[in-house]
Design a protein around this ligand. Structure first.
Ligand code: 1HA
Length: 270
């Protein structure tokens, strides 16, 4: 796989190859913890992915073998959030979580080493997770004075069940890759040196499938959890498809041609 840099950032790498985007959190000195700038760059990269019709699947990963992401950078945690150069305290990773879920393309987390705290929630909101043998999963919030009681708890409970989700949050233990697999928290466990290759294989298999079908399926998995916002996403996809039909075009054309629309030739299917 020949990865080409698609945009330059400071805290992350954004590369592309053959329809796949790879986004790498690149702060190995802090186990790939994120500061506000890291999250802003991730949001920017995911926006680029959304607009790039060449890209069908994203792999989200961390630099090195020691960590996928260790959550918020505790060194810059201030009063009310994580503080960047603009001195505004932010919890902007919550925006990123929503963005990953709403992206109409599959996102695969490739996890080597720690996926901890806010880093654990990041893999959780990805559509699929491939774990290296050395991966370790867990939440730390109640130990370090934090909690993510949004997707961090709700999606965890939906993924592995209520009892295990409460165990993870209340006890703050760490779980190895095989325990995570047994819980249904990850899709596959592979040797560390095969992680990136395996993620690419999964991405390629998805790329062979219908983009529209994947788009609708992804939206459908979120629709009940996300309530009206989830429905809005799915309904927007339906509108997009409707715009592509002759029936919808007849409505637009009639308006522009200042005539009554003629919908009589369009079937009312059962
Ligand atoms: O809960 C939220 C949110 C909730 C709602 C809304 C938004 C949220 C946003 C974020 C978060 C959170 O992420 S809270 C949870 C924050 N993260 C943690 O509690 C994990 C902290 N790190 C660790 O437990 C461990 O470092 C580790 C299990 C990931 C790795 O352990 P290891 O391999 O023994 O390495 P360690 O020596 O601990 O770490 C290596 C270096 O990385 C250390 O720096 P050094 O002493 O070399 O200068 C360490 O301080 C640094 N480091 C690791 N994680 C972080 C970190 N520095 C800052 N922030 C970190 N998260």
């Amino acid at each position: 796989m020949h990865w080409e840099t698609a945009h330059e950032y400071e805290d992350i790498r954004y590369e592309k190859a053959s329809g796949i985007a790879k986004i790498t959190i690149n702060r190995p000195e802090v186990r790939n913890a994120f500061r506000p700038k890291t999250v802003s760059e991730l949001i920017d990269a995911f926006n680029r992915v959304r607009d790039d019709s060449e890209v069908g699947v994203v792999i989200l990963t961390g630099e090195g073998d020691l960590a996928f992401c260790s959550g918020g950078d505790q060194r810059v945690r201030g009063h009310g959030g994580y503080v960047g150069d603009d001195e505004i305290p932010r919890l902007n990773v919550l925006d990123l979580q929503r963005q990953i879920r709403m992206l109409p393309k599959a996102v695969i987390a490739a996890v080597a080493g720690y996926a901890i705290g806010g880093g654990h929630v990041l893999h959780l909101v990805c559509d699929l997770t491939i774990a290296a043998e050395n991966a370790r999963f867990g939440q730390t919030g109640p130990r370090v004075g934090s909690f993510d009681a949004g997707y961090g708890t709700g999606i965890l409970a939906r993924t592995i069940g209520m009892k295990r989700a409460k165990e993870i949050w209340f006890l703050c233990r760490q779980y190895d890759a095989h325990e995570a697999y047994d819980m249904g928290l990850v899709n596959k466990v592979v040797p560390v040196d095969r992680l990136q290759e395996e993620a690419v294989l999964w991405a390629q298999e998805i790329l062979e499938k219908s983009p529209m079908a994947i788009r609708f399926l992804k939206a459908s998995f979120n629709v009940d959890t996300d309530g009206l916002a989830g429905l809005q996403q799915m309904a927007g996809d339906a509108t997009m498809m409707f715009y592509m039909t002759e029936e919808a075009r007849e409505g637009k054309n009639a308006f522009l041609e200042k005539r009554q629309p003629d919908f009589s030739k369009f079937p009312r299917l059962p």
